[in-house]
Design a protein around this ligand. Structure first.
Ligand code: 2PG
Ligand code: MG
Length: 425
């Protein structure tokens, strides 16, 4: 199935945090227009593909994206307009070679990924397929992913004293998508009432989770387990399990990890995680250590890798080569997958392929700065990876993805709800 491009367009819009991002559109010669909203992170890995931002301090504190918009309407349009493409890989390769840098810094990963996402939609439409089906590689079984609801926010996503960035609810024991969403929303509601009753603020962080003035991870984990039980669910693999993203690069400074007022070595922090995993129904630990602490990651994986999923985000940055290298070394056992972290849909699909071939699990992820775009819901289903994190079951830009999963489940009733266990095996 081919597409012929008439033009590309882009607009500077706001993301969910009130910062500028791009809405990109691609118009085909047959008149069809496909659009994509570009996500943006806060706790970014240093190896991520590079966004182009204006740096003009008179607008949005330098965060404007007019230059990235100009790249879509200038060089990218000039390279694509009038051309016919046989598949997305060919189009993405054109974008990559036009950019010419290893990290997409010239045209901007924000400009490139928007075009790539819109193009994926155009190919899906040309093939008369829903996006998730188009994104399913041959031989892969699509599945509805277990949603990972980030219900307590800390780190750089909230102004509270919590050092760990994300505390997530994973309804692994739910019978289907609708019940999974219901479990997340019901526990979230109970958690809010309980936090309020205990005198904590129930304001929200960037991903829609509560941002209470708690300091120790144990206080949050106790509150989560209480809320799961009070909402009528079983904490753990039969009901609602817990996933953590401490985003440890953010609290790693001067050679130590700073958690709840304590400075810990890498080995001490691994001990701390082991204690938490002993005490609480934790199934997944993302970015437990900093992105450059590969020796620590070795230790972490060796110590806890057969008990929980050890997910690399900042350390792998959705880069197929880094994931392959990590798999050779036995570092981590799962990769977080963010389309804008690598910059094209084709390379994202390649990251999934490396995960499948190396036996690594994969989890699709939103960014802290989101739009109403629901691309990642389809990507999670199509990849068959079984896991999606898209923030709390609240705030429009977060629930848009979960609502899209409900829609897909309704439209494709034969799709299974992913069966993933508490441990990775
Ligand atoms: C993360 C992400 C998304 P950000 O660390 O996993 O939750 O955060 O988008 O700010 O990088
Ligand atoms: Mg992360």
């Amino acid at each position: 199935m081919t597409i012929q491009i008439r033009t590309t367009n882009a607009l500077e819009i706001l993301d969910s945090r009130g910062r500028p991002t791009l809405s990109v559109s691609l118009t085909l010669t047959d008149g069809l227009t496909c659009t994509a909203g570009v996500p943006a992170g806060a706790s970014t890995g240093s190896g991520e593909a590079v966004e182009v931002r204006d740096g003009d301090l008179r607008r949005y504190g330098g965060r404007g994206v007019r230059s990235a918009v100009a790249n879509v309407t200038g060089p990218i349009r000039a390279a694509l307009a009038g051309r016919t493409f046989g598949d997305l890989a060919e189009l993405d390769e054109t974008l990559r070679s036009l950019d010419g840098t290893p990290d997409k810094a010239r045209l901007g990963a924000n400009a490139i990924v928007g075009v790539s996402m819109a193009a994926a939609r155009a190919f899906a439409a040309a093939a008369d397929q829903p996006l998730w089906r188009y994104l399913t590689p041959p031989g892969v079984a699509p599945a509805l992913p277990v949603p990972h609801f980030n219900v307590v926010n800390g780190g750089v996503h909230a102004p509270n004293p919590l050092d760990f960035q994300e505390f997530m609810l994973a309804p692994v024991g739910a019978p289907d998508m609708a019940e999974a969403v219901r479990a997340g929303a019901e526990v979230y509601a109970v958690l809010r009432a309980r936090l309020a009753a205990a005198g904590h603020a129930t304001g929200l962080g960037d991903e829609g989770g509560f941002a209470p003035d708690l300091t120790r991870p144990e206080e949050v984990l106790d509150a989560l387990v209480d809320a799961i039980v009070a909402a009528g669910y079983q904490p753990g693999p039969e009901g609602v399990a817990i996933a953590l993203d401490p985003a440890a690069s953010q609290f790693h400074r001067d050679g130590a990890y700073h958690v709840a007022g304590r400075a810990m070595s890498s080995a001490e922090l691994v001990d701390h995680y082991a204690e938490l995993i002993d005490r609480y129904p934790i199934r997944s630990l993302e970015d437990g250590l900093a992105e450059d602490d590969w020796d620590g990651w070795d230790r972490l994986t060796e110590r806890l890798g057969d008990r929980v999923q050890i997910v690399g985000d900042d350390i792998f940055v959705t880069d197929p080569e880094i994931i392959a290298d990590a798999a050779r070394r036995g570092v981590g056992n799962a990769a977080l997958v963010k389309v804008n972290q690598i910059g094209t849909v084709t390379e994202t699909l390649e990251a999934f392929r490396v995960c499948r071939e190396t036996g690594y699990a994969a989890m699709v992820s939103h960014r802290s700065g989101e739009t109403l775009d629901t691309f990642i819901a389809d990507l999670a289903v199509g990849s068959g990876c079984g896991q999606l994190k898209s923030g709390a079951p609240a705030r429009g830009e977060r629930v848009a993805k979960y609502n899209r999963l409900l829609e897909i489940a309704e439209q494709a009733p034969d799709l299974p709800y992913a069966r993933i266990s508490r441990s990775r095996t």
